[in-house]
Design a protein. Sequence first.
Lengths: 219, 212
Amino acid sequence: MNGAQDLGGKHGFGPIDPEPNEPPFHDDWERHVFALTLAMGFTGQWNIDKSRHARESMDPAHYLSSSYYQIWLEGLTRLLLNAELVSREELEAGESRNDPVPLKQIMRAEIVPDLLAKGGPADRETDTEPVFSEGDAVRAKNIQPPGHTRLPGYARSRQGVIAAVRGCHVFPDANARGDGDQPQWLYSVRFTAQELFGDTAPPKDEVHIDMWESYLDAV
Amino acid sequence: MAHTHDDHEHGEGSELPDIELRVKALESLLVDKGYVDPAALGILVETYEKKVGPRNGAAVVAKAWSDEAYKQKLLDDATAAIAELGFTGRQGEHMVVVENTAQTHNMVVCTLCSCYPWPVLGLPPVWYKSAPYRSRAVADPRGVLEEFGVEMDDDVAVKVWDSTAEVRYLVLPLRPEGTDGWSEEDLARLVTRDSMIGTGLALSADQAPEGA
């Protein structure tokens, strides 16, 4: 979607301002938002692509004026409401007013270390062959879906070269809609900085973007 | 839900104290519903606050600097090579290591959100997730590097990696001069978090922090 999250190449956001010896969390509520987001993600009521879409669907002005854990809190709240796991009244009250929805799994303390160590790989078995090979010239399509996509706006219609075949991965655009994994071949595509950002960009510089097969046309 | 709406309308001033209450209410509700195990929340926080961080990545880099065969494995199959050191799992399921050379400097960003290799670097710093870095890293990486105190020669190609999929990138920085014969432990002290994101370089031999 053409939301506030699609930031590559935008101007005007000021200096980066890194904080020396930055702690992992700045306020206690951030710890809680972080942990609640991971714990609720494990329940299987949504997936990582739906989570990303919930965050990027915020009003652009609100997204850009929020810290990242504020964005996570907004995303989690939307996901809980959309999945009807909680009601607005319950969120206000901070206590349960209706029967809980039965969940297929809950993140119990004893399984956490194992879950984190295993993670959730996004690659999938396939009996298809990749359409493109290393060295092929490709052009990113000009697609502008109102839903979730991982094709950044700055790369649309730009020409690049397949730098590597990454494997067959869950397709986020479909997964975020709840339409299943629909795995596709994923490629690392190399673009020159000049192709993306114009002739004033340094001639030797490059940007590599991971792109699914359906984002690309052969050139 | 007047609550969220109010946050939205009033902006910063009223947001912070309010957000603490909101998060407390949310957690109480989710515990009350039986959706979350409070003990699990504590373990999640402790893991990423105390156990997982850039020292993991520094160990990977120091080993690659010391052991040519390991370095080759790391460049060929980073996920497996990093797992050999015990660093696996969430947000590191598909690792790729990109090597800096005299001709190439690599830098990693996620322009669309905050993708970052947790098992080797821990949770990302605020600046990595914020608009100034995400907007400029792809279009003006040299300007970004300057802001981090790194001047990159015109002869060096800057390669930016935008983490748009579930592939996570770790930069293998250049080994500093004058470190021949150093132990992996000593080398690891020269490896900063920023040098593995690509917004910095490894410390020079004479910048080595005192051993812990």
